[in-house]
Design a protein. Structure first.
Length: 240
């Protein structure tokens, strides 16, 4: 099989602007291969937020093609883009975006309610969704079973981070996107978490795109993409 058939992300001649004369992204080419762990670095204003919106199908380009797992997102109706994202992409957000009135287990298993394919992957392991959620938490270093039934609001920042990661990983989505998920952690904790995340991605075969401005983390990854170097509009970009 050729490398091109193993591409998870393919961007070709992608341009995006919020308003006329306000070009945010202008990327000629960006490819991410299956199983890669890629570090994407760029300061505020370089287009990181917009890029993630395009990869999730929340935004569509003004021109060019955004292809995720072979699907051209700009050619898919909104409802199908939502389903594609739910089935194939896990997100770890900077502020975690956990549901405050749900327990730890309910937060982690929530994606399975919207993604039958991911739910089926869990079933095929022989574990229940609750058991898989517990396994993921343990793999990510959160081993106290008493936490599973607690509201996420009672957890520390580090614990919430692991819950958010487990939620993104459950059901083995092919693409995992982490948006500054370690910004609230100290250096030692940050690196330990990333290594745990790598281990889980490798066991599930997930491709990881890790977005951050923290250059100290780059050496941990397979390769680094410096967004201002590939975004020809970066000099005039403004993040929204």
């Amino acid at each position: 099989m050729s490398k091109r058939n193993n591409l998870v992300v393919e961007l070709e001649n992608v341009r995006f602007s919020w308003t006329t004369n306000n070009l945010i992204l202008d990327i000629g080419n960006l490819n991410i291969e299956q199983g890669e762990k890629v570090f994407i670095r760029g300061p505020s204003g370089s287009g990181k937020t917009t890029l993630l919106g395009l990869l999730g199908g929340v935004l569509i380009p003004d021109s060019g093609s955004v292809k995720v797992l072979g699907a051209k997102l700009e050619q898919i109706p909104p409802a199908q883009r939502d389903l594609h994202r739910a089935e194939h992409t896990g997100f770890i957000f900077q502020m975690f975006n956990l549901i405050p009135y749900l327990t730890v287990i309910e937060n982690i298993t929530l994606p399975l309610s919207f993604a039958k394919g991911r739910q089926n992957k869990v079933v095929q392991t022989g574990l229940s969704p609750t058991q898989e959620a517990s396994r993921l938490l343990q793999a990510l270093g959160l081993r106290d079973p008493k936490l599973l039934s607690r509201p996420v609001t009672e957890l520390s920042i580090g614990q919430q981070q692991r819950v958010a990661a487990a939620r993104a990983l459950i059901g083995s989505p092919e693409l995992l996107i982490a948006d500054e998920p370690t910004s609230a952690l100290d250096t030692d904790t940050r690196e330990a978490f990333i290594k745990l995340l790598f281990s889980e991605c490798e066991s599930s075969g997930s491709t990881l795109m890790f977005v951050s401005h923290d250059q100290s983390l780059e050496a941990l990854f397979d390769r680094t993409i410096i967004l201002p170097e590939i975004n020809r509009a970066s000099s005039q970009s403004r993040e929204f």
